[in-house]
Write a protein that binds this ligand. Structure first.
Ligand SMILES: Cc1cc2nc3c(=O)[nH]c(=O)nc-3n(C[C@H](O)[C@H](O)[C@H](O)COP(=O)(O)OP(=O)(O)OC[C@H]3O[C@@H](n4cnc5c(N)ncnc54)[C@H](O)[C@@H]3O)c2cc1C
Length: 393
């Protein structure tokens, strides 16, 4: 049976960063990545942004593994692994042995219980290519979902000349993240840019009408479109972890060194549930910064380091010419304090719970992520009014 010192399951940003992390400690140990995808590891954020705006070209999104001496096995999904004898089994039946295993299997799009192939679920480079071909100027695209993927795609499609209808159950765009006033502003902004926004609408069916598709909503609307694309969240790919008896609870449970409940098996990225000491809770983060930092830390630890993962990752989004960076929990159900320099255009929104800052939204405010993170890490009570003018530093 072929043997590798390190096997990384998954071909995303986490696995790529883990390979770099391993090489920081171990220049020679053999590394293999087994990925279900047809493409080598790439950055996903440009799939909804830079590739549409022209800031990125297709060749820019791929991660450079050239110097890392990694064996990349594409279209080789791992079916399961045997921890007792330390080998993986591919769906093809092939077996490969390891010393250390990383599960970086990420997530798969959550699907609606209808619509089958008439709805595209957006996650991969191949999904980008398909949608790009279909989204010719003038084509009508129905976007289901008003959160990260839905709002970014709607902006990019519109900016590229498509006619876009967004449909989602919240009262406004980003309603699960932004406070109500900001969400209303963004929703109006999208409408001004030409997006039809159907907020507060549940989609409850999809049907074909000739070469068009019709999205049916619970309130009785029928929206006829050329293409339907959905971004309604992801589910972590935990099946191989569960089958091997690893502890799983909304993600693969890892300790502070990113080890799972079995020796020599690590997990990181979108699939992993880790404890964050600043927020004093377990979390599973579906963002790029986490994929990179956690992947790197897991790689280093697999190769012998003992780095604790205490990092509070940041995330970001671009919506037409609005944009932000954010850290922590953006839960509009918390106490929210907004400190605008210019209402809804530039300012900082703080999310507080139990008199502590739990999340910071830096709306068109840049280079303040570290300062925002320190505020969250400060374990002292703070009144919202005391935050006025606190950031930018
Ligand atoms: C369109 C898009 C835009 C985004 N934009 C942003 C953004 O602006 N900002 C931000 O912070 N984050 C963004 N994200 C989130 C960010 O991309 C993810 O957090 C990151 O991709 C997670 O990386 P990962 O490697 O953990 O998981 P994934 O990217 O999901 O990769 C998992 C990999 O594992 C493979 N796999 C799964 N199961 C198996 C198996 N059994 N065997 C072999 N391979 C397997 C998958 O095929 C995939 O290659 C975006 C995500 C998407 C989809």
């Amino acid at each position: 049976m072929p043997f590798y010192k390190y096997i990384l399951v998954g071909g995303g940003m986490t696995a790529a960063s883990a390979a770099s992390g391993i090489r920081e400690i171990d220049p020679d140990g053999s590394i293999a990545i087994f990925s279900a995808e047809t493409n080598p590891p790439y950055d996903r954020p440009p799939l909804t942004k830079g590739l549409w705006s022209g800031k990125k070209q297709e060749e820019d999104v791929f991660r450079n593994l050239d110097e890392l001496n990694v064996e990349l096995h594409l279209e080789q999904p791992v079916e399961r692994f045997e921890q007792s004898n330390q080998f993986i089994i591919l769906t093809s039946g092939e077996e490969h042995g390891y010393d250390r295993l990383l599960l970086a299997t990420g997530g798969r799009p959550r699907k609606l219980p209808f619509g089958k192939d008439d709805i595209q679920y957006y996650r991969t480079f191949n999904h980008y290519r398909t949608l790009r071909e279909q989204a010719q100027p003038g084509k009508h695209i129905g976007v289901i979902g008003g959160s990260f993927i839905g709002s970014e795609l709607a902006a990019s499609l519109t900016a590229n000349g498509a006619q876009v209808t967004m449909i989602f159950p919240e009262n406004g765009i980003g309603g699960m993240t932004y406070p109500a006033g900001l969400s209303d502003f963004v929703t109006d902004y999208y409408r001004e840019k030409g997006v039809e926004v159907l907020a507060g609408e549940m989609v409850d069916g999809v049907e074909r009408r000739g070469d068009k598709k019709v999205i049916r909503t619970r309130s009785g609307r029928n929206v006829e479109v050329d293409t339907i694309v959905a971004g309604i969240g992801i589910e972590p790919n935990t099946a191989i972890a569960s089958a091997a008896g690893l502890e799983v609870d909304n993600g693969i449970i890892v300790d502070r060194y990113l080890r799972t409940s079995q020796p020599d098996v690590y997990a990181a990225g979108d699939v992993a549930s880790f404890y964050n000491p600043a927020l004093k809770k377990r979390m599973r983060v579906e963002h790029e910064d986490n994929a990179k930092m956690m992947g790197r830390t897991a790689g280093r630890n697999m190769a012998g380091a003992s780095d604790e993962y205490h990092y509070l990752p940041f995330f970001y989004s671009d919506l037409f010419d609005l944009g932000y960076e954010a850290v922590g929990e953006l839960n509009p159900g918390y106490e929210v304090y907004s400190d605008w320099q210019e209402p809804f255009r530039k300012g900082v929104v703080y999310y507080l719970k139990d008199d502590r800052v739990r999340g910071v939204l830096l709306w068109n405010v840049w280079d303040q992520v570290d300062a925002a993170r320190s505020l969250i890490e400060q374990d002292e009570p703070i009144r919202p009014e005391a935050l006025k003018g606190r950031l930018p530093e």
